[in-house]
Design a protein around this ligand. Structure first.
Ligand code: F6P
Length: 329
């Protein structure tokens, strides 16, 4: 941490996959910047826009009425060009040309890897804000987008439960999360799933069959197995086939939820989180912080260096697995 800094102009960018709450975070960055007498420039299309020089001036009014909207008004992208030194050099030159003295990067794991590398090569001041529905970023308990994705998932599973129950069916529901099982375990508990399969633990088909047999004996009229997309035993279709070969008591269906999990209006929790983190990011810049991600740990604002964010492994809440197991009897 250094002395208090005053910047004339700061930039804000959303990078990587979109998620609900990005607009709330952009709004918070813009309004906090203006509140402190700074100009704020939006960078379009993630790091791609930095490389191509796609900038837009963001006044206080330009972020009116976006707090409740999904997606990102700045657009986003996963940039291959930013992985090259030539791309990063172009990005740096454009930032200098545009007079952007400091950056707020609203991104996920890949974005922080990119900015960490960028800030080792070029004298750029920046602070990160964590967002991803996967909630797998080290240095924050929650990332923007996770809560909304969970609420979307459980609303859909509730609907699937209605139809499963009417037809006495077994459903395998695949949820996103890349190689993390956070969405799966939280939504599993919240929707009363019979089993939750995640990449963090080994999936044994015999174990699933045992749980389903128990449900059959108890005359359950429907059963739901949630499969995290990154489960090493395979996706929902593959696992459903394997299970069917050993347990065929119910008519079976598979539902892959896909990108609906990334859209929609952010929940109250995500709006508040995005607002807190957006404000904290600009305050961190003013405090002279750089190369750090702001986060929330135990409901307090935290600061974690990019190198720790990139190297660290977020702890999985294994205790939730036991809760899911007990409650699925
Ligand atoms: O990281 C967010 C996420 O939605 C993951 O859960 C998923 O694996 C991936 O992005 C999908 O990426 P794409 O939008 O490129 O298909």
């Amino acid at each position: 941490m250094g002395t208090t800094k005053k910047f004339k102009k700061i930039g804000v960018v959303t990078t990587g996959g979109d998620c609900p709450g990005l607009n709330a975070a952009i709004r918070a960055v813009v309004r906090t910047g203006i509140y402190h007498g700074m100009e704020v420039t939006g960078i379009l299309q993630g790091y791609e826009g930095m490389i191509k020089g796609e900038f837009v001036r963001l006044g206080s009014h330009s972020v009116s009425n976006i707090l409740q909207r999904g997606g990102t008004i700045l657009k986003t992208a996963r940039s291959e060009a930013f992985k090259t030194v030539e791309g990063r050099k172009k990005a740096y030159d454009n930032l200098v040309k545009e007079g952007i003295e400091a950056l707020v990067v609203i991104g996920g794991d890949g974005s922080f890897k990119g900015i960490e590398q960028f800030s080792r090569e070029f004298p750029i001041t920046s602070v990160g804000v964590p967002k991803t529905i996967d909630n797998d970023i080290f240095g924050t308990d929650y990332a923007i987008g996770f809560d909304t994705a969970l609420n979307t998932v459980i609303q859909v599973i509730d609907k699937i439960r209605d139809t499963a129950d009417s037809h006495n069916r077994l459903f395998f529901v695949e949820v996103m999360g890349r190689d993390a099982g956070m969405i799966a375990i939280y939504s599993g508990i919240a929707s009363g799933a019979e089993a939750v399969l995640i990449p963090e633990t080994e999936t044994k088909i015999e174990q699933i069959v045992k749980i389903l047999d128990r449900g059959w004996e108890r005359k359950k009229s429907s059963m739901i197995v949630i499969v995290a997309e990154g489960d090493v035993a395979g996706g929902a279709y593959e696992i459903a086939l394997e299970v069917k070969a050993r347990f065929n008591q119910y008519d079976t269906r598979v539902s892959v939820l896909g990108h609906m999990q990334r859209g929609g209006s952010p929940t109250c929790n995500d709006r508040v989180l995005a607002s807190r983190l957006g404000v904290a990011a600009v305050q961190a810049l003013i405090e002279g912080r750089t190369n750090e991600m702001v986060g929330v740990i135990n409901n307090e604002i935290s600061h974690t260096s990019y190198s720790d964010v990139v190297k660290g492994k977020k702890e999985f809440p294994y205790q939730l697995l036991k809760i899911a197991e007990i409650l699925s009897l």
